[in-house]
Write a protein that binds this ligand. Structure first.
Ligand code: PRP
Ligand code: URA
Length: 215
């Protein structure tokens, strides 16, 4: 039976360029260097979508032709929060668009047998409660790691939290959306499901190992 989730809180970033790059990312023949570059590029596309509602304000500028009123992002604080390790691969893609964002880190690994997340590190900007948080992790599988990360951020006072992954399983979407009624999730693909080892199918394998060459 299909796994149900609230699709109104999920944005699939499915621009043709994204789909093309994701196919290369999935291919088992794609090596570490290209994999890393593609994760960064896809994170950039996702950050573009996830910041579509940033508020603007008017500013007076002078072009070489005349003075005019133009738009700039009004003072809005952002933080990018990678879930270690694989989330690190997405950080620079977000910072390419938002260089002033602060970076928090959440260390989490999934037990290979139970698939339960284990937290081993956390360091966030002190004013995280005032920031729009873009949590990044390429893989949303069972949703255990995402749920733990979201719960940690909420406990630290974060109110505006968006989760950016590259591939999501319906099971992970359902779990994270149910655990956190306010989060919005951005993904490049909703895949078929999980295999017996709780890997995403068809997925792309172990994202951390492919980013860091630790296969
Ligand atoms: C992977 C991935 C997510 C998690 C997803 O990390 O990057 O954090 O698994 O699985 P879940 O939705 O079932 O929790 P992993 O634990 O392999 O650690 P790594 O990033 O250090 O490789
Ligand atoms: N973690 C990964 O890196 N890949 C999966 O498919 C599931 C969890």
């Amino acid at each position: 039976m299909a796994v149900a989730f609230d699709a109104s809180r999920v944005t699939v970033v499915d621009h043709p360029l994204v789909q093309h790059k994701l196919s290369i990312l999935r291919d088992e023949r794609t090596g570490t260097t290209q994999f890393r570059d593609l994760v960064r590029e896809l994170a950039r596309f996702e950050a573009y979508e996830a910041t579509r509602d940033l508020p603007l304000e008017d500013v007076e500028i002078t072009t070489p032709i005349c003075t005019t009123t133009a738009k700039q992002i009004s003072d809005r604080k952002l933080a990018v929060v990678p879930i270690l390790r694989a989330g690190l691969g997405m950080v620079d893609g977000v910072l390419d668009l938002i260089p002033a964002a602060r970076v928090g880190h959440l260390g989490m690994y999934r037990d290979e047998v139970t698939h339960e997340p284990h937290e081993y590190y956390a360091k966030l900007p002190g004013d995280i409660a005032e920031r729009t948080c873009l949590v990044v992790d390429p893989m949303l599988a069972t949703g255990g790691s995402a749920t733990a990360a979201l719960q940690y951020l909420r406990a630290q006072g974060a109110t505006d939290v968006r989760f950016l992954c590259i591939v999501a399983a319906p099971e992970g979407l359902a779990a994270a959306l149910e655990a956190d009624p306010d989060v919005h999730i951005y993904t490049c693909s909703i895949d078929e499901g999980l295999n017996d080892a709780a890997y995403i199918v068809p997925g792309l394998g172990d994202a951390g190992d492919r980013i860091f060459g630790t296969l």
